[in-house]
Design a protein around this ligand. Sequence first.
Ligand code: BGC
Length: 768
Amino acid sequence: MKNYFKKHPWKIIENKFTPEYNQVSESIFSIGNGRMGQRANFAETYNGDTLQGSYLAGIYYPDKTKVGWWKNGYPEYFAKVLNSVNWIGIKLKVNDHTIDLSRLEVIDFYRELDMKNGILKRRSIVKVDKKTSIQIESERFYSLQQKDLSFLHYSVKNLGQKCKVEITSFLQADVWNHDTNYDESFWQFDKSNIKDKVYWIQSTTRKTEFTVVAAQKNVVMQNGRNIKDKTYKKGEQNIGLTYKSVLKPEESIELIKHTAICSSFYYDKKNLKKTTLNRIKKSIKKGYDVLISDHSKAWNEKWKTMDVLIEGDVAAQQGIRYNIFQLHQTYTGEDSRLNIGPKGFTGEKYGGSTYWDTEAYCLPFYMGTSTQSVCKNLLKYRHNHLPKAIENAQKLGFVNGAALYPMVTMNGEECHNEWEITFEEIHRNGAIAYAIYDYIRYFGDDGYLAEYGIDVLTGISRFWAQRVNWSTDKNAYVILGVTGPNEYENNIDNNWYTNYMAKWCLIYAYDCYNLLIESNSLFPNDMIAKLNLSKKEVESWNDIASQIYFPTSRKHGIFLQQDGFLDKEQVLVADLKNEERPLNQKWSWDRILRSPYIKQADVLQGMYFFEEKFSKKSLENNFNYYEPRTVHESSLSPCVHSILAASLGKMDKAYEMYLRTSRLDLDNYNNDTEDGLHITSMAGSWLSVIKGFAGMKIQNNLLSFHPFLPEKWKSYSFKIKHQGQSIKIKVNGEEIALENESKNDKIVKIFNKRKTIAAFGSITVNHN
Ligand code: BGC
């Protein structure tokens, strides 16, 4: 569906109604504010294909695991992000006909997501009967400033002869998840009521016992007059108010829903109703106009630091802004209990939990655009989960504080149904250690290591030290029975990436321990005692690391993805027919596992993390070998290839992969946007521009750049925050301009030369 959404630098636009694409559009036009979010379901009745979804941060249900043959070590549950109270509900009747876009003739349709201001708008003209058509206009947003509030401004205009209109505005608590293992309802209804025109509903999740109260009040006007209302109730779980009126030709009726949703994740359960009703009161007092204007201002402020401006290529510009927008709608970073789910607030798939995506992809985005405390919160999330990671490893038979972080989690426990694919991806431990390293070198925050980092590194290293085994055949340590980042091969031996991460973690932890011991002010004795860590143990890590086995092919001059990779039939992606893609929707799993096709960067993922440790020649050989075998059917794949291609001077490939990553959902590349957006991989678009095209790296504590300008672009510019300073970079065809926006000088490296940019000063450098 390339080119379905109109290209615009600040907006996503859909200007026709295509019922077959409805679920894709519901994903694309999703909105949120970090605390809650929603798919773009129609407010009014819709009986066509739809995936209803309104989600609340931190609220989940532990759905009992479903497998055929239960084996020891399987997690008990698969955590589901919950579809929760539907707050946009509208029932609209005109001349007694229910308005439903799937049943009536849609004469005109226009929907836009205004990313600059964080507002979703829609206009639909519908033919109701021979003499009557109406125009519906709606505008909705989740307040970025008042995070418990959301708003729907809904108006109906009569475009035909005089007609009767009946609008019901309601809250609905009897909602279901599409994805359940046992078709159970995840919510327990508690109570609902209506008083002084404010109605509210309270429900509690089963098992996890999160309580949520949603309250609503409408402001309804016709020609400046209020309209009389009547209580609406359908059972106890649908509650609202109905407004009846008559509309003359060209006359409109307008409804503004003020909604507050508060959960026990944030507030005291006992006072939850009171808290929620107070929010509504304040919202009404402030008024819609003020609240929407505050909300827009908050977005505009965000854009001042987050924006990437691309001149000369509107598709690329729209793509990057869309990605930044969706990331910020998902995670704003104030709370170390929250994380970035692969689908954010846009769908149920992946259980909405935390994956290695956060450490491997999202953290660098937040480091460059946000504050240190936001990034620290992302790291502390894993530190908080260390006891659970130790338990998780114990369940699998590991001892002595070895920690295996979950591949998928909500609260630190492993919570996914898939054994061979998900659990065996023990490489995630590597990304969690890498994030500590990445954070410390970016912010120079050595204190983090002693305070939090070393505990996590110790647990992770203990795991690797026990997970390897000595192979007398290979005379080296091997790691058997894993799944690498390439999920199209399971239960393999000696995945190069996993072995590399294991080795690196062991050495890094060894180095960190020694660093801390040397500066004993950072590493007090009681901490060493708490960790029960001895020099002997740490030295054994170093010893294991030096003897880990790596599969390689001399013939091809490459690292082998795993033992036996070359036994596979050596066909390329170019040999596949279009109809066979995406493979995971067209081929049997058996066929996929036997094929050489790679889902996402695997060997190349490791080379991306540690590029400085490999020669250009080795990088080039591996890229040239693996890229033609990679189908990029994980959204996380193209960005790594874009960055490496840029580094190798393969500009066309870098650009192709950039477009693929930044427009993955807008152009529905992998034919799965209907399930929700690929939020975590959106960070990859930013990485492709900043680490790929601008070649940004951290070298000896300094920001270093190696920029190039993609052929189609006139220029691009962005801001980078680094160690409390902010610099702006603009790259055009002639030169690179750098502005230091802070009050201290900033030293950077451009094309490997050190340059000082004076406080509030600027420099320009010619292309290499
Ligand atoms: C990828 C994983 C990723 C997960 C969530 C899968 O398709 O293969 O690497 O962690 O999606 O984004």
